[in-house]
Design a protein around this ligand. Sequence first.
Ligand code: C2O
Ligand code: CU
Length: 513
Amino acid sequence: MASWMFKSLLAIGALSVVLAGCSDSKNEMDHSKMNMEGTQQAPKETTDTKTVKPAVLTGKGIDLTASVSNQEIAPGKTLPVWTFNNSVPGPQIRVKQGDTVKINLKNQLPEPVTIHWHGVPVPNAMDGIPGVTQNAVQPGQSFTYEFKADVPGTYWYHSHQDSVNQLDRGLYGSFVVEGNNEDKADRDYTLMLDEWMSSGEMSGMNMSGGKMSGMDHSMMNMGHDMSMYDLYTINGKSGSLVDQLPVKQGDKVRIRLINAGYLSHQIHLHGHEYKVISADGQPINNPGILKDNVISIAPGERYDIEFVANNPGKWLIEDHGGNTAVKGMKATIVYEGAATGSDKANESEKLAAVDISRYGQAGKATFTLGQKYTLEYTMNLNTEMKNGDMVYTINGKTFPKTEPINVKKGDTIKVRLVNNSKTDDHPMHLHGHFFQVLSKNGKPLEGSPLIKDTLNLKPGEEYVVAFEADNEGNWMFHCHDLHHASSGMVTELKYTDYKADFVADPHAGNKPE
Ligand code: C2O
Ligand code: CU
């Protein structure tokens, strides 16, 4: 490890402030406690946030300090990581619907950084895209994000500067907006899923002068052999290091699944019937009861599940993805007083995935397939070799040469997405807007209206989605396998009447994708 890194590690250790507490943003106690270094506050009894460190919103806002650190990812395996507030994931930011959120980003990294609020419909200037909505925040500098959290749900935040690398190193955390009229669960857990390389290559030290080293580049030429990710984690920990999830008999338990990695995971809850109550934070209408189905969660997606703790013992929630790394991706639900249990893994059992396009009950929706739209657009997603490099294209082009979707406020837009790649999934994410999913492979959706910001397309699949241009700005629309995004699969939704109020600095090193 370079000596500058040791120095910054020491400096950061001395400066770090422990942010912890309950989710009550109006609590004066929190305000005073937050200013005291190292003050820990017990989580509220009803909402158990033990699995992810929470941060408390006060008038001054929440400080998120980006810095270099180390973390024991698997037993005996400590990796160099990049963190918000010294841990992966960074603190959970939990606010109430209607709260004004203020986040002070302080950059103590050797590289520029930004924060993007994945899924949250923020004003464009707060979206955190270097060179598009702001200049990347330089080492030693800070930037304040401020926006109103209007739409309840499960979201997350992450760096959007050189994000294929910065996200991989750990610069992410969860962001939860509690609805004003929602009935609270007795336990509310957040599980952030991710994958690491035990060699520490990408998540660490082989950067020089901000460029990817030969090692990373040769991996790109191979078309991203994803088996290099051999350590799977829940909340930054693998295997026996993963925090247990305590419950009491009779509890209503909510688990927020967030995929911060670049691979899909097949998550199975043992021993209980459950419901998927939201997708990408947006409610499912009248969700049906499931058992022994896995939830397939793609990069960038979120699914919230709910169940009643009615089967005392110890039970796993685990990845059934079918390779050896899934062994690390398990958390144990432990009933109070359950000395023994049946926390048996069966991760190699093949179980059918919930088909979210036919789940829940039809209900009131904004858009229909047959209606008139201001604009219709097709995105053909593909994988190609160009000049000896594997690239990921939209309509045959790579970013920044891809054609933007040009709109005006109030337009309605229908997008047909087609995955022509032979083997690659493309989890496509639109910034600043939700879209309604209208059809899958030519068939209209049958279940609940499905509102998402990230939609996974498997090879050969075709989806039609629709949205209203209701949030002016310049917005990214890209694949959330960020290897694909950094190799071309990015376009923009551009409001032609919008003028960004920042000036891009050519010396800022802005890397938006
Ligand atoms: Cu998670 Cu461009 O986003
Ligand atoms: Cu992709």
